[in-house]
Design a protein around this ligand. Structure first.
Ligand SMILES: Cc1cc2nc3c(=O)[nH]c(=O)nc-3n(C[C@H](O)[C@H](O)[C@H](O)COP(=O)(O)O)c2cc1C
Length: 124
């Protein structure tokens, strides 16, 4: 099964991952240089670009960018056209799909649907 890596600033994305019961790796502000070593889906909340430096460092480390097979975005629809722009921007840069979107820490339905996406994802 594909791995999960995620970033969280105020805890919503962390809570989403925790509700899925999946064993996700949380990108660490103090030391984002962690090698995933295999295919993974990256879940990111949407923020201004300069708040995503740890995610950029993480992706630039070793083969992480190459192993990232898809993005999932956590955001807030009140941001309208900027809804989940971070996941969309990173996906575009890496040329991989956005496989899932949710608001805040996700509804129960989001949690179920995301687990299906992960289960159906073959390893690259
Ligand atoms: C300063 C700030 C900027 C944000 N910008 C966006 C945005 O551009 N688009 C969006 O969809 N959500 C935006 N959000 C909402 C967060 O992405 C959303 O609350 C997310 O669930 C936070 O995840 P986290 O708690 O894991 O950090 C913003 C929130 C804050 C506090």
């Amino acid at each position: 099964m594909v791995e999960i890596a995620y970033y969280s600033i105020t805890g919503q994305t962390r809570r989403f991952v925790s509700k899925t019961g999946l064993n996700g790796y949380e990108i660490n502000d103090a030391d984002p240089f962690h090698e995933m070593g295999r295919s993974f889906i990256l879940i990111v909340p949407a923020y201004d670009d300069d708040m995503m430096d740890p995610v950029v460092d993480f992706l630039q480390y070793k083969d992480n960018a190459k192993n990232c097979v898809g993005l999932a975005g956590g955001g807030n629809r009140n941001f309208n056209t900027l809804y989940n722009h971070t996941a969309n921007d990173i996906a575009k840069g890496l040329d991989v799909p956005v496989v899932f979107e949710f608001e805040f820490n996700g509804t129960n339905k989001d949690v179920e649907n995301f687990k299906k996406v992960v289960n159906n994802f073959g390893t690259k």
